[in-house]
Design a binder for this molecule. Structure first.
Ligand code: SAM
Length: 239
């Protein structure tokens, strides 16, 4: 997959060179390019913003640099158009399912807004997706892009060594994952649940499912309405 990021703060995207995403890029599993939007400005101040029509506080990102940038980055070949993503708090909520959908694409372009956001005509002309990473307002689209790119990259084939660690994740089955444990078996008088050390794989799987169901009911009960529950699941939740 190719990923292009357009931003006025290219250094903000440096974490993409680290850890899982950085390793995936080093192994050519993802090809990431960050571009400074200001290279598509033509005045001495390299201006990207202007006052909002209709008045009000703050500034709005002007359409011309965005349009030039998107034309340059997407290369003008209409048969190989990227999917253009604009992070915005007013967008569609980002979910694991949305990450999986984006992971199927061959090319993503992220447009990181700042100030009061990007002129609406650019979004109308170019955006395939307007995505929110949560019900709060950040200062810019860079942190949101980091979140989306990491969630998408870890779903690309070969990026995570053990595929089960993805299929067992929270949301993979519509549930939150329960607590996980490693050595030592007793730490500060707290013992790892005995079942996890029993070697009985079926019993462990059932116990994990039960923990996931109970945690989901406690923290995100609305998720339970969206999945099919077995009779055994219902019995756990009945208590
Ligand atoms: N005036 C905008 C509004 O209320 O919808 C908020 C603009 S915000 C200060 C600046 C930029 O941060 C946005 O254009 C967007 O790129 C990004 N941003 C802020 N919160 C976000 C969120 N929850 N999800 C995705 N992007 C976000």
């Amino acid at each position: 997959m190719r990923i292009d990021v357009l931003t006025i703060f290219p250094d903000y995207l440096r974490p993409l060179e680290l850890a899982l995403v950085g390793r995936a890029a080093a192994r050519d599993l993802v090809d990431i390019h960050t571009h400074d939007l200001r290279q598509w400005t033509h005045d001495v101040h390299r201006t990207v913003d202007d006052a909002p029509y209709g008045g009000g506080p703050g500034m709005v990102m002007r359409p011309e640099p965005w349009d030039e940038a998107l034309r340059a980055v997407s290369g003008g070949d209409p048969t190989r158009r990227p999917r253009v993503v604009v992070p915005t708090p007013a967008g569609v909520p980002f979910t694991q399912r949305y990450a999986a959908e984006l992971a199927e694409q061959h090319w993503l372009v992220f447009c990181c807004g700042r100030y009061e956001g990007i002129d609406g005509r650019v979004v109308e002309a170019w955006a395939d997706d307007e995505i929110s990473i949560g019900d709060y307002v950040l200062a810019g689209g860079e942190a949101a892009t980091l979140v989306i790119v990491e969630a998408v990259t870890r779903l690309l084939p070969g990026v995570v060594g053990n595929v089960e660690s993805i299929t067992d994740d929270s949301f993979a089955h519509g549930l939150l994952e329960g607590a996980v444990y490693t050595r030592p078996p007793i730490w500060r008088e707290r013992e790892v649940p005995a079942i996890l050390r029993s070697g009985d794989h079926a019993a462990i799987a059932r116990w994990r499912r039960d923990e996931a169901l109970l945690r989901t009911r406690r923290r995100r009960p609305e998720l339970l309405d969206r999945i099919e529950l077995s009779a055994a699941d219902r019995a756990v939740l009945a208590n």
